[in-house]
Write a protein of this length. Structure first.
Length: 320
């Protein structure tokens, strides 16, 4: 990512407002975000360690789950600690470069998560609809390559946006009406024409989400058709419950991301604190739900987590 334009018009730092017009409630608002963040940290770390330490889980499906855990840890940690600092200690100042680095991380890894969710849906499609060919189509090395390609795609999409944003002069204000360096909130401080960055961000986000959602929808439609053909009613209900929970989390991720962007860009009549809360929830709620749906509900990972916790508790119990 290129160094930001440090002309004399740019401030050395920005000031994060938190939740606009709700500053007196910051401490109370911080409680659910703090609980969500701690839950996301514990859940994703447990899932990641279980996959890494258990050799029986070194398979494509679990590789994708581990990737998702890493992405979620990066996404929420890039935003939530600073957000809580704003809510608790009035630590509102964020450096000019730090602000754009935070923005780069959030946009890049949101795009990477979309790619990994797409890969997971295709993995389940092959496993359920073409089980005899699964071992030849998907292997652990190929799963890792898919993750690296998703990362490369995310970086390739976000770098041009960062070039556009860092080339703008920021001289109208230092105060960002948000609790983190959200793209649209920062662009609103520029004292130059921002139409190009608006068009690029809107176009690329719509193209990326639209393409990924189309393939994910196709995968789950094929999975649903295969599940409905199962002879056992109990097996159908179990598969439908699993697919339903996956679809629920995917919808939260995509709908939250699109709402966060479109509300900031087009809905001027909506209260600012609602826009900010939607954007904050988008970066905290999916990282909390993903380990529950993709990790802990999977029996093999449940076993890996129990084994890990048993190993951690073992030395203590033997010392006692």
């Amino acid at each position: 990512m290129p160094a930001p334009n440090r002309s004399n018009t740019n401030p050395p730092s920005f000031l994060l407002m938190g939740i606009p017009d709700r500053e007196v409630f910051h401490v109370w608002i911080s409680i659910p975000f703090c609980v969500t963040y701690i839950t996301a940290l514990l859940g994703n770390i447990l899932v990641l360690l279980a996959v890494l330490l258990d050799r029986s889980l070194h398979k494509p499906m679990y590789c994708f789950i581990a990737m998702l855990a890493i992405i979620d840890l990066i996404l929420c940690t890039a935003v939530v600690p600073k957000m809580l600092g704003v809510f608790w200690g009035d630590s509102r100042e964020i450096g000019f470069e730090a602000c754009f680095i935070q923005m780069f991380i959030t946009h890049t890894f949101a795009a990477v998560e979309s790619g990994v969710l797409l890969a997971m849906s295709l993995d389940r499609y092959v496993a359920i609809c073409h089980p005899l060919r699964y071992g030849t189509i998907l292997t652990s090395p190929r799963a890792i390559w898919v993750g690296l390609l998703s990362l490369a795609r995310g970086v390739g999409i976000v770098i041009p946006l960062m070039c556009l944003l860092t080339s703008l002069p920021y001289c109208s204000s230092r105060v960002i009406p948000h609790s983190y360096c959200e793209h649209m909130a920062v662009v609103g401080l520029a004292c130059a024409d921002t139409a190009t960055s608006h068009r690029y961000s809107l176009g690329m986000a719509t193209l990326l989400v639209g393409t990924d959602c189309a393939f994910i929808t196709f995968s789950y439609c094929m999975i649903l058709r295969a599940v409905l053909r199962l002879p056992s009613h109990r097996a159908r209900l179990k598969a439908l419950g699993t697919c339903g929970s996956h679809a629920f989390v995917i919808l939260i991720f995509y709908i939250g991301g699109l709402l966060s962007m479109y509300l900031q860009m087009f809905t001027r009549s909506l209260a600012p604190h609602i826009q900010v809360l939607v954007a904050d929830s988008y970066l905290t709620v999916p990282p909390m739900l993903n380990p529950l749906v993709y990790g802990i509900k999977v029996k093999q990972i449940q076993g890996g987590i129990c084994k890990l916790l048993g190993q951690l508790a073992g030395p203590r119990s033997s010392q006692a």
